[in-house]
Design a protein around this ligand. Structure first.
Ligand code: KIV
Length: 282
């Protein structure tokens, strides 16, 4: 299968990619313009992550994000996508309180344009994963460092460092696979543990802060672009210096407006060229 001949990347395509030895690429987006850029660059999966609580809304964690906000951003992103697979995160408390609410909220994300959902949790989520999958909603499981459990972890800490912890994460992966997830997101897991999970499950593993041996990789788009010069954790690689690029462009705009350089005559129209409704030109 050659991805260039595909009109739309589906769950079966993603699975075939990995079976054929091809890595899966995944990146977040939260609006139509960025989604269009990411889609046109050839991304396999675009994730409307609940990281929007931090990078869009400016909170210190993802917990305040509501299902309504996730639905809104999923609609925005869906409007900018042609080919990439569109996945939406299930935000905190949109799936933990009751089974019924979880199923309804996952359905609302699909109605907004998502083609799969991602939720955090291991063994405790297997019944929900099984049911969502049965009713036609593909699920990616998110294990290891689960940002929605920041208060239990006491911060954003690598999970699975001890033998016992590593065994628990590996068990979570196996149980989620058995429950029916089509893929697993491994966040903040030691390299060897992520490698072992990738070897022992049959579904693709997408890593972030989990080393090079997963079936694919995900990043937050602003981290990839280097938009925040203050944020440079070990797991991030900046592929651009968008912070400097944007500061420079915005600074130039300020200067030109202050000096009366922009707008120039070429950016406006003269009265003689304006066709006003009901009036003759010239
Ligand atoms: O919300 C998010 O952006 C995520 C990351 C792992 C990319 O889940």
């Amino acid at each position: 299968m050659s991805p260039s001949t595909i009109d739309k990347i589906t769950v079966p395509h993603l699975i075939k990619m990995v079976q054929g030895g091809e890595k899966i690429t995944m990146l977040t987006a939260y609006d139509a313009t960025m989604a269009r850029l990411v889609d046109e660059a050839g991304m396999d999966i675009i994730l409307v992550g609940d990281s929007l609580g931090m990078v869009i809304q400016g909170h210190s964690n993802t917990l305040p994000v509501s299902i309504e906000e996730l639905i809104y951003h999923t609609r925005c992103v869906a409007a900018g996508i042609k080919k990439s697979h569109l996945m939406a995160d299930m935000p905190f408390m949109s799936y933990q309180a009751s089974y019924e609410e979880a199923v309804k909220n996952a359905g609302l994300l699909l109605k907004a344009g998502a083609e799969s959902v991602k939720l955090e949790g291991g063994e405790e989520m297997t019944d929900l994963v099984w049911y969502l999958t049965k009713i036609g909603i593909p699920v990616m499981g998110h294990i290891g460092l689960k940002p929605q459990s920041v208060h239990v972890m006491g911060g954003y800490k690598v999970q699975g460092k001890t033998k016992k912890e590593a065994q628990a994460v590996i068990e979570d992966a196996k149980m989620l696979e058995e429950a029916g997830v089509f893929s697993l997101l491994l966040e903040g897991i030691p390299i060897e543990v992520a490698e072992e999970i990738t070897r022992s499950v049959h579904v693709p593993t997408i890593g972030i802060g989990s080393g090079p041996y997963c079936s694919g990789q995900v990043l937050v788009v602003y981290d990839l672009l280097g938009a925040n010069s203050q944020f440079k954790p070990r797991f991030v690689k900046n592929y651009a210096d968008f912070h400097s690029f944007a500061q420079n462009a915005i600074g130039n705009y300020i200067q030109e407006v202050k000096k009366g350089i922009f707008p120039a005559e070429e950016h406006g129209v003269h009265q003689s060229l304006v066709m006003v409704r009901g009036e003759k030109k010239g």
